[in-house]
Design a protein around this ligand. Sequence first.
Ligand code: PLP
Length: 427
Amino acid sequence: MSGKPPEMQADTQAIPHWYSPKSETPTIIDGEGATVYDDEGKEYLDFVSQLYCCNAGHDNEAIIDAMEEQARRIPYVSSAKHNDTRSELARKLAEIAPGSLSDVYFSISGSEANESAIQIARDVQDAPKVLTRWQSYHGGTYGAGGLTGDPSTRATVERFAATTGTGKFLPPLPKAFDADSPRELAEMAADHVEFVIQNEGPDSVAAILTEPIGGTSGAYPAPPGYFERLREICDQYDILLISDEVITGFGRCGDWFGISTEDVDPDMITFAKGVTSAYVPLAGVIVDEGIGQHVQENGHELGQTFAGHPVACAAGCAALKEYDDGLIANVREHEPYLEERLRELEASHGVVSEVRGRGFLWSVVFADPVTDDPFVHPWVDHDSDNPVADVRKEATDRGIMFGSGRPDVQVLVAPPFSVGQVEIDEA
Ligand code: PLP
């Protein structure tokens, strides 16, 4: 028992509550739109879409019907064979993906999508390293965990994960560079990436894998020009650029993909969560035509039994239609209002040091108003004395669910795409 966190030892339930002690988190049994209900009938406005994934809300009939229709026709077809629904979703994904991204390799979780991207990049480039940034999250599996730059999971990563063939660079955050303007920050942060590449040895670097907007690390968009420069650097050193869109994909940040807003074409996109609006697990990687050809010609095996499960692909086709039919437009329409209301917090409450984000993905960062320091050591997690955790708990008690970021100095705001002024005001 010695190595387990105290909340797990105290909890006698069969499912361990690693992230939140049972006594502090409700048991959700039902949902409708942007609202979920617990086992005592209490309702909560879900302003974190559970885990940034229930983007089309909790009772979307179109998605449920599509899944039912598929399950009645044929629920499963071998991932080594062709299936009409799987092909239809792959076609749709290629249509909405930027640039010449055209070939889709399905998997089941975001972590596995990143595993596929790592394997493909290493194979295509014949180079071992994939560089990622500090304050990033790419998953919990062996390889993707090794690439994660999330300080609170680093202890686990260092003990178990594949950290060989990885390297880290600093995120384009004001705290990391002494820049006078966002433009200068973009240049300094990109120059730093080039410095890291040169020191790792450009020939040893297969790819840079990065979230276009830092997700659970605090919803931080890059300063203007950063991704353009990153693309140039990747081209200069013949390194692939992989956009991890597990959170930012499918309209969360106002465009189909977060990187689209930067007007930059990556070589690969990894996706998960919102592709089915979390009705059933599905993920994958969309690769550039040339990369796809290399994978085919070299017979690289990326198959998993449940990759591209037809019921999940049916949910995906229906979810994409829902996003296209108005939900992404609603994100764009209400983004300014959500930002305006959040910025009021920044202006009026001394403890809110910063508000940042894009679309329906925002972070409210807390700090001591006098010293500007975080209230707890930023890498300390699940600390019962952390006032930021208290804010989330108080919000939950009052019927609003928000997300927690890593480091735990912030409250994350990521509602389902259907919410409007009424829900934003209430939250
Ligand atoms: N990449 C990003 C950006 C994520 O936020 C996550 C999970 O939150 C993952 C990858 C891992 O996805 P999954 O939890 O589905 O394995």
